[in-house]
Every structure is written in structure tokens, then in C-alpha cells.
Write a protein that binds this ligand. Structure first.
Ligand code: SF4
Ligand code: FES
Length: 251
């Protein structure tokens, strides 16, 4: 059994396992810490936005850490809203707002923080992406690898190779769904979905007619040799339940 520790977060006593991240302990104890690049979809957190910073006091020494990847190793006091943290977080928000002025979530958080912009910084027009990499992580974790970060410096962005429709993309929307700022755009009609400059047909459950995804994403989920399901999970569960009822009826 792992070692248990008691820490304080903003004065509240919280019990946690040694090695748990401060952000997770705070969230479990209903103590809000803002996050952007942290997703529960992955165990591996890249910690690039830094808005989750907190101050940690260990053995009488205080330091600023990113709470989403800082493991509790000893008893400590955590401050999520100290003067230093509020100041530094406001700067981070202001920088993000220059980087991605069209990201509503950042604009809202920035307004709530009351942070000002910086005259010296160039704002990137029409940008929503903060380059957190979650979309690439999602695509890689599915084994599709259709998108990556391309170019450098201020030109750096997420895209398919050469901005062409990718043969590896399966149109699953994992990238768009995990994006914290709504930066990945796609469109959908009754029968098609377009993302990363590629149009996909949509597949519907043969029983209930609910949308199941694109044929490519459904096939990808079962592997190249697998038989793609023609009914959705819900209908499959109902079918299984019916089959079990029939079996019991005849024993
Ligand atoms: S598109 Fe969204 S998920 Fe991808 S890097 Fe940009 S902000 Fe992050
Ligand atoms: S949420 Fe922790 S660094 Fe982005």
C-alpha cells in the first residue's frame, strides 16, 4: 500500500498518496486550480501552459511549481492564490491571450483574472491554438499520427504533413474534442464530416440510426483485420442482453 501524507492546500488539510500530483489532490478536495493543457485522457502530462502554478512550502522553503505535474513527496503547505501566484498567473494569462486572442476560454479566464496585455507583444491575429500539443498526443495515442507540429518560431502550428489531406486521418475528432481552446475546426452535414481538409462519410447504427462515426474511425478501432460493427454499443448491449434472456429461457 502506498504511503499516505497529509498536506494543506490554502489552509485546508488534505490526505493524499505520496506521488499524487498537487492538482489532483486539490481537485479531489474541491479546491479550484485553473488548467488548460491538462487532460484526463492521458496519464502523461506535458505541462506547457503553466497556468496551474501554485506555491509549495516544503521544510520552510517556498517555490512555484506547476501543480498538474508536481508530485507530493512530503508534508507541505500549498498556496493556490498567494499574491505571487496571482501575479504570475495573470502574466501567463496575458501572454496566452496574445498568443491566442480568438480562444474564448482564454479570453474569459483572462477577463476573470483582470490581467492586462503587454504593449510590446505582438498579438497573433485569428489564432486560437496555444500549442499545448494535446491534439497531437491524442492522434498519436490512437496510432494514427495524422497531425504534428510543423514550422518554427511564430509560424509554428499543428497541421497535417504539407497541409494536405492526410491518408492516416480517420476523422474521429479526437483532436478537436481534446483541444482546450476549440482551435481545431471541422464541419459536418447530415452525411459527411470535413476535418484537416479531408471529407469523410458518416456511418450510422443499422438498428437505431445513431451516428457511430466515420467508416474509417470504426474500422481503425477494431484493427485492419477486425470486422467493423454495424450497430452502436448501446444496441449491441441490448442484443447481448436479449440473447442472454433467450438462453436462460431455454435452460
Ligand atoms: S490545436 Fe488545440 S489541442 Fe492542438 S496544440 Fe493547439 S490548443 Fe493544443
Ligand atoms: S495545466 Fe498544468 S501546465 Fe498546463
Amino acid at each position: 500500500m502506498s504511503e499516505m501524507l497529509t498536506i494543506t492546500i490554502d489552509g485546508k488539510e488534505c490526505t493524499c498518496e505520496k506521488g499524487e500530483y498537487i492538482y489532483d489532490v486539490a481537485r479531489r478536495n474541491n479546491i479550484p486550480i485553473p488548467v488548460l493543457c491538462r487532460s484526463d485522457a492521458f496519464a502523461d502530462h506535458r505541462a506547457c501552459c503553466r497556468i496551474c502554478i501554485v506555491e509549495v512550502e516544503e521544510r520552510g522553503r517556498r517555490k512555484v511549481v506547476t501543480s498538474c505535474v508536481y508530485p507530493v513527496s512530503q508534508e507541505c503547505a500549498v498556496y493556490t492564490k498567494s499574491e505571487k501566484i496571482l501575479e504570475e498567473r495573470a502574466v501567463i494569462f496575458a501572454l496566452l491571450a496574445h498568443r491566442a486572442p480568438d480562444a474564448k476560454r482564454i479570453a474569459d479566464m483572462n477577463a476573470a483574472m483582470g490581467s492586462d496585455g503587454f504593449d510590446r507583444l505582438v498579438t497573433i491575429d485569428n489564432e486560437k491554438c496555444i500549442l499545448c500539443g494535446l491534439c497531437v498526443q491524442a492522434c498519436d495515442s490512437l496510432g494514427t499520427g495524422a497531425i504534428s507540429t510543423v514550422l518554427r518560431g511564430t509560424e509554428k502550428k499543428v497541421d497535417t504533413p504539407y497541409a494536405l489531406p492526410s491518408e492516416f486521418c480517420v476523422g474521429c475528432l479526437s483532436c478537436a474534442n481534446v483541444c482546450p481552446t476549440g482551435a481545431i475546426e471541422y464541419s459536418q452535414t447530415d452525411t459527411t464530416r470535413t476535418i484537416w481538409n479531408r471529407e469523410f462519410n458518416l456511418a450510422f447504427c443499422e438498428k437505431c440510426g445513431n451516428l457511430m462515426g466515420t467508416p474509417e474511425s470504426i474500422q481503425h478501432a477494431v484493427g485492419a483485420q477486425g470486422e467493423a460493427p454495424r450497430v452502436c454499443d448501446e444496441c449491441r448491449k441490448k442484443e447481448l442482453a436479449n440473447e442472454m434472456m433467450q438462453t436462460y429461457r431455454y435452460v
